[in-house]
Design a protein around this ligand. Structure first.
Ligand code: DOR
Length: 449
């Protein structure tokens, strides 16, 4: 079977899907129920729907599992166009589906970048038959150079809601102000900032602190994040435009965002699994797999990020899935590109690191992985639930007790740069359903991968 672009379709047309025997968890709370899906939508939710089911219905066993709205990643690098050896739209979407995601926001730092309507339209067309919904993020400035605004209105017409120069910080306050003023007129638009002042970061490759001093590696100070976050909060207040802070990594930024929210500002923020799990001590062996921007920070910063997720200061868990070719990631630490994989480990890291120790409830964790990012990206009409008749059937079924070990050779991503290789995790995706069609069944992509 082929999809509209001629690529193999991952979604066998199912006449109906019955998700049987799971515990449904969405923003309305938990209940034990079967979920029947027909024509891409949820047809029924209730006790033992199997009785009298027609023979054509595909039954997905969910015993012992949580049935949740599909996860939504606000921050995925798909690398297409430009670096398809690292990842393509289709391989990245398969990785997303394996991780329980039904939608990802594709970051615009591709080559060419998503600063132009034609490029965005091409990415959307390529993604139309992918294993998850591929939502385009758009650049704030032309070429992500921080000078001239991209055609935000034209990109918005194509459905872009999240605008960012991610990978680069928009450091010119005047350009940031103009972008926010323009975005204010675009319904649902949010300006998302990679908050790291380039002047303070210089050529730093890791967090500036005791470890960078000991290793002799130039650092990126926590203040580089703090000064941009503080400035942008002021610009958000000045313009009234919603601000989203990408991959928050420092205690200082968490505190600034907490105060801004208390003051009623329209600000949202995300944290990555690597920032709430790892610290700069991981860089001690000079392994570039631990190099990322913003960098892994101190244990105090990691704990502040965890606390920010627990009290809702940080709205979303986003992966910053950043695939890189192996030969690139094997260069010396200071020359290797920053970034690490995330899509296939995010849910399990959240369950293992935050839910199991009691820092977050399961509902809070799923809120941060699904319905809150869906709301930030303007996708709540079809992602994030609630799981009720009439809703679009974007669903994730996972076993919260299953244990597994991360093996980079078994990932669906084309790249291998996970910092979690060999780590034992609890919680594993069993099935993913995209608009009524299974994209992952029993942990394998529906095309067998
Ligand atoms: O480490 C990172 N890698 N941080 C970013 O913001 C960009 C990303 C990439 O594109 O590789």
């Amino acid at each position: 079977m082929t999809g509209p672009t001629g690529a193999p379709s991952l979604h066998p047309v199912a006449s109906g899907v019955l998700i049987r025997g799971g515990r449904v968890v969405d923003a309305t709370g938990p209940r034990v129920a079967d979920v029947l899906v027909e024509g891409g939508r949820i047809a029924a939710v209730g006790g033992d729907l199997a009785a009298g089911m027609p023979s054509g219905v595909t039954v997905l066993d969910a015993s012992g599992c949580v049935v949740a709205p599909g996860l939504v990643d606000l921050h995925t690098h798909l690398r297409e166009p430009g670096d398809e050896e690292a990842e393509t739209i289709h391989t990245g979407a398969r990785a997303a589906a394996r991780g329980g995601y039904t939608a990802v926001i594709a970051m615009p730092n591709t080559d060419p970048p998503l600063d132009d309507a034609a490029v965005v339209a091409a990415v959307l067309a390529r993604g139309a038959d992918a294993a998850c919904e591929v939502v385009a993020g758009g650049c704030i400035t032309r070429g992500r150079e921080g000078r001239e605004l991209a055609p935000l209105g034209e990109l918005h017409d194509l459905g872009v809601r999240v605008f960012t120069d991610d990978g680069a910080c928009l450091s010119d306050a005047g350009v940031m102000r103009r972008a926010m003023e323009y975005a204010r007129s675009l319904p649902g638009a949010v300006i998302a900032q990679h908050a790291e002042d380039p002047a303070l970061c210089g050529h730093g490759s890791m967090h500036e602190g005791a470890w960078s001093a000991r290793l002799g590696v130039p650092g990126r100070p926590a203040e580089a994040e703090a000064v941009i976050v503080d400035r942008d909060l002021r610009l958000a207040a000045l313009t009234g435009t919603p601000l989203h802070v990408l991959h928050v990594s420092t205690a200082q930024a968490v505190e600034s965002i907490r105060e801004a929210k208390a003051a009623g500002l329209a600000v949202t923020a995300e944290a990555t699994p690597h920032h709430f799990t790892l610290t700069d001590a991981a860089c001690a062996g000079f392994d570039p797999v631990f190099k990322v921007h913003p960098p892994l920070r101190t244990a105090a910063d990691r704990d502040a990020v965890r606390a920010g997720l627990a009290d809702g200061t940080l709205d979303a868990i986003a992966t910053d899935h950043a695939p890189h070719r192996t030969e690139e990631k094997e260069r010396p630490f200071e020359e290797a590109p920053p970034g690490m994989l995330g899509l296939e480990t995010a849910l399990a890291l959240t369950l293992t690191e935050l839910v199991e120790p009691g820092l977050l409830t399961l509902e809070q964790a799923l809120g941060a992985l699904s319905w809150r990012p869906a709301a930030i990206a303007g996708l709540s009409d079809r992602h994030g639930g609630p799981i009720a008749p009439g809703g679009v059937a974007n669903l994730c079924v996972f076993d919260p007790a299953a244990t597994w070990e991360v093996d980079p050779t078994k990932l669906a991503s084309r790249a291998r740069n996970t910092p979690f290789a060999g780590r034992k995790l609890t919680g594993r995706v069993r099935h993913t359903v995209l608009a009524g069609r299974p994209t992952v069944v029993d942990g394998r992509c529906a095309d067998g991968g």
